[in-house]
Each structure stands twice: as structure tokens, then as C-alpha cells.
Design a protein around this ligand. Structure first.
Ligand code: SAM
Ligand code: SF4
Length: 448
């Protein structure tokens, strides 16, 4: 069967982390430049980009069920098939296997090569199946179109890749070594996002706080230097960053939390486990104590900081007592919100072949207990916010007439009713807390 010759509509479906969401947006911009428009909600697209995640097995397997569904639902011209591109980390790690296992896939494109999508598309419409999983030295960012429009919140990838090689993780293999984008490019992209409507920018990186660069005066700066520069953009109201590694939490970045009003009081600092033997086996290169010390320092300069983290339960060899240490750490920190996962062996990583892989039932039980503790703390954090007044950045309409949804400075989902528009920063009083959201009373619409 030949793929449809003249794709008019596209859909980009991103899985996994926020960096994939950013890449997905950039691919959409590239396709729009080719005159292809987004497929309306609920309608089939001529070209589907599956922007995949390889971090856990479940996430990687999803791609095959999605391909099957797209082919089954296809209702294009007689004898044609849809154009399907597999992008993201599964494409990088399993490109050849995808081409062999899924004949409907016409393009496989890795996370460092997606700027070549328009050329690949030309080849694909002429009937070829094309793969590009190179990690070229020249940066894809220079080849991407300039950013134009933005919603009130925008992602900005500042750093890619990872040199840390935690023993369970595929990222160093799928995303390559740590690379920081140049300071000047980031300032320019941020200004464009703000001109296009963004009021909040979240700086992204697999290890975002490993970012380094040179400012306009030629001085070496870390992420805190970049944040200070971006805070000077007048219409940018809020700055966030994610995901950080404890080893790259510099004194300057910690101090920035106490000094830069636009830097929101939220820190996502994954710890993974609460036991030093497990952390060592994970090759995390921080200890429980050094992690807690960082949190203490951040709390000292920004007492209201909302803390977040990632946890893995059931790492090979984790004993019941070591898992209890993780629960103890959770209890000690009092997180505002967290992600927690069952350990998933990833082919090619050292942990996948370690002895003492943990039984699925044990992991299930540990995850349930951990999530119960994290949910308890999330609700407690939300309840402790009731009565506070704060600004909410309005992101979209709610389900009910006159209702609006947005985020508090502490990244809580807030809903309220009243006069507002998307992109407004409004002042509210937080009134009633649930586990996942807070209802608020509108006090005033802040100057837009
Ligand atoms: N660089 C960040 C750090 O070191 O904390 C994390 C980035 S990673 C893409 C996101 C999260 O996925 C990790 O923090 C970890 O909790 C989880 N993760 C990574 N590999 C995993 C695996 N093999 N099984 C389960 N969870 C995993
Ligand atoms: Fe993966 Fe560890 Fe790198 Fe984070 S620091 S991306 S968990 S290897």
C-alpha cells in the first residue's frame, strides 16, 4: 500500500516527559511551515507523529498499540495508508526494530534529528521508508523555525542529555551526552515566547541545573545566571525549571530562590530512594543526608517552597527495611507533590542484569504504600495553603460557566469563578483544598 501522497493534516502525540512536549510543539511548528494544518479534534490525520517515551517498558510498548489503532481507523483515499512517524526515545533506541515490526511506519526520527522531518516527509510521500537517528554535532535548534505564538505558559528546552548514568536509566543512551544551549539563543527564544503571549516559562532539561553558558559579557554562568537574565524580560511574570539533579544544585541556584521574585517557589528535585546503599547501587552519587541538606538550604532562603521529587520502588535488591527508609524520608520532607514508579528494567542498562530483581507483587505493594504516603502529604500541603492569598496564572476555561483554571505559585491547580481571561494573573484567596486541586475566591484581576 502507498502512503497518502499529499498530507494536509497532522497530529503530534507526545508521551512521557515535558521535554517531549517541547519537542512535539517544535515538530508541530515545522509541519505547519510545510503548509500542513493540525487535524481537528476527533478527526483522523493524514500524518501522525508518535513522539515516544522509553523510560519504562509500559511507555515503550504503547507505541505499537497506537500504530495498530491508527492503521485500523484509517479511512483515506482508496488503496492508501496514513503516514506514520515514530519520534522520541523509542525511535532512538529501537528504530530498526520498529521498522521491522511495524510495516505501517514510514518514518523513524530520533530526538536529535527531528529538524530533518520535512526532508524525510518528502521521501516518505514518494514511497520510501526513512530512518534518521543520528545525533549530529550541529544543533537542531538552529534549523528549527523561529517561535511565534505561545499560550500563557511555555516550555523552553535549555539543556539536553545526561552524563550521570544512573544504573536504571536509558536517558544517557537515548538523549546522548549533556549539552547546554547557548545563553544568547535562549534569551532570544524566551523573548519571542513572551512576545507571542507567554507569561510563564518553564526551563527544561534532563538535568536542567547542569546548564552552563556564557552571558552577554562573556562571563561563565550557571542556571541561576540564566534565570536572572530572563527575569529582566518585562512581560515575563513567572519562571520555573525542571528536572534538577541534587549534585547540580549550586549555591547560586539555591540563593536565587530567595532573591528572584519571578522564580516560583517550587523545586522538583528527584531523590529516587531513601536508603544510601540503594542510592549507591543506583549510581546516584548523592546520599540521603546530602539531599536533605539541600532541601534545608532551599527552605532557609524560601520557607514556603513547595518540594517535589521522583521515586523508584523495587530497585534490584531493595529490601523491606530499605523501602521503609524511603517512607521515612517522605515523612521527613513533607512533599507538596511527587512522581513515583515501579522499577522497570530497561535493556542495555546495568540494573537490568543485576541479581535480586524484585517480584511484581512486592513492587505493587510498595508503590501503593508509598503513594498513600505521598497523597496524604499532598493533601496536607494543599490544606495548609487554605486562607493564603496569591496570584494565579489563568490557563484555560473550566467545565462550569464562568469558571477558570490556573496554577498557584506552588504549582497547585486552582479553579475559581469570575471575570478573567486566559493569560491574566489574578489575585485569589485559596478557599477549599482537595488532593489534586484547590478552589479559590477571586479578589481582583491583576494588571495583564
Ligand atoms: N534527570 C532526572 C533525575 O535524575 O532525577 C530524572 C529524569 S528521568 C527522565 C524521570 C524519572 O523517571 C526519574 O527521576 C526516575 O524516577 C524515573 N525512571 C527512570 N528510569 C526508570 C526505570 N528504569 N524504572 C522506573 N522509573 C524510572
Ligand atoms: Fe536518568 Fe540519572 Fe540522568 Fe536523571 S540523572 S536522566 S535518572 S541517568
Amino acid at each position: 500500500m502507498r502512503p497518502t501522497q499529499n498530507p494536509k493534516t497532522y497530529r503530534v502525540k507526545s508521551f512521557g516527559c515535558q521535554m517531549n512536549v517541547y519537542d512535539g510543539d517544535r515538530m508541530a511548528e515545522l509541519l505547519a511551515e510545510q503548509g500542513i494544518t493540525p487535524a481537528p479534534e476527533g478527526e483522523q490525520a493524514d500524518l501522525v507523529v508518535l513522539n515516544t517515551c522509553h523510560i519504562r517498558e509500559k511507555a515503550a510498548e504503547k507505541v505499537y498499540s497506537d500504530i495498530g489503532r491508527i492503521v485500523k481507523d484509517w479511512d483515506g483515499e482508496d488503496g492508501s495508508s496514513p503516514l506514520i512517524a515514530v519520534a522520541g526515545c523509542v525511535a532512538q533506541a529501537e528504530g530498526e526494530e520498529i521498522m521491522a515490526r511495524a510495516p505501517a511506519v514510514t518514518m523513524v526520527v530520533g530526538p536529535q534529528a527531528y529538524h530533518r522531518l520535512p526532508d524525510m516527509l518528502r521521501e516518505a510521500t514518494s514511497g520510501k521508508r526513512v530512518t534518521d537517528t543520528d545525533m549530529p554535532a550541529e544543533t537542531k535548534f538552529d534549523a528549527l523555525p523561529k517561535r511565534r505564538r505561545s499560550g500563557p505558559t511555555a516550555f523552553l528546552t535549555v539543556q539536553e542529555g545526561c552524563d550521570k548514568f544512573c544504573t536504571y536509566c536509558v536517558v544517557p543512551y537515548t538523549r546522548g551526552a549533556e549539552v547546554s544551549r547557548p545563553h544568547a539563543d535562549l534569551v532570544e527564544e524566551a523573548k519571542r515566547l513572551v512576545d507571542g503571549g507567554a507569561r510563564e516559562i518553564t526551563l527544561l532539561g534532563q538535568n536542567v541545573n547542569a546548564w552552563t553558558g556564557e552571558n552577554a559579557r562573556g562571563q561563565p554562568v550557571g542556571l541561576d545566571g540564566l534565570i536572572r537574565e530572563l527575569a529582566e524580560i518585562p512581560d515575563l511574570a513567572r519562571i520555573r525549571y525542571t528536572t534538577s539533579h541534587p549534585n547540580d544544585m549550586t549555591e547560586g541556584l539555591i540563593a536565587a530562590h530567595g532573591e528572584i521574585a519571578k522564580l516560583m517557589p517550587f523545586l522538583h528535585l528527584p531523590v529516587q530512594a531513601g536508603n544510601d546503599r540503594v542510592l549507591k547501587a543506583m549510581n546516584r552519587s548523592h546520599t540521603v543526608e546530602s539531599y536533605l541538606r539541600i532541601l534545608e538550604q532551599v527552605r532557609a532562603v524560601r520557607p514556603d517552597i513547595a518540594l517535589s521529587g521522583d521515586f523508584i520502588v523495587g530497585f534490584p535488591g531493595e529490601t523491606d527495611a530499605e523501602f521503609e527508609d524511603t517512607l521515612g524520608l517522605v515523612e521527613a520532607v513533607g512533599y507538596a507533590q511527587c512522581f513515583s514508579f515501579k522499577y522497570s528494567p530497561r535493556p542495555g542498562t546495568p540494573a537490568a542484569t543485576m541479581d535480586d530483581q524484585i517480584a511484581a507483587a512486592v513492587m505493587d505493594e510498595r508503590l501503593q504504600r508509598l503513594q498513600a504516603a505521598l497523597n496524604r502529604d499532598q493533601l496536607a500541603f494543599n490544606k495548609a495553603s487554605v486562607g493564603k492569598t496569591c496570584e494565579v496564572l489563568v490557563e484555560r476555561k473550566g467545565k462550569h460557566p464562568g469558571q477558570w483554571l490556573g496554577k498557584s505559585p506552588w504549582l497547585q491547580s486552582v479553579h475559581f469563578t469570575g471575570e478573567a481571561q486566559i493569560g491574566d494573573l489574578v489575585r485569589v484567596e485559596l478557599a477549599e483544598a482537595g488532593p489534586n486541586s484547590i478552589s479559590a475566591r477571586l479578589l481582583e484581576t491583576a494588571a495583564a
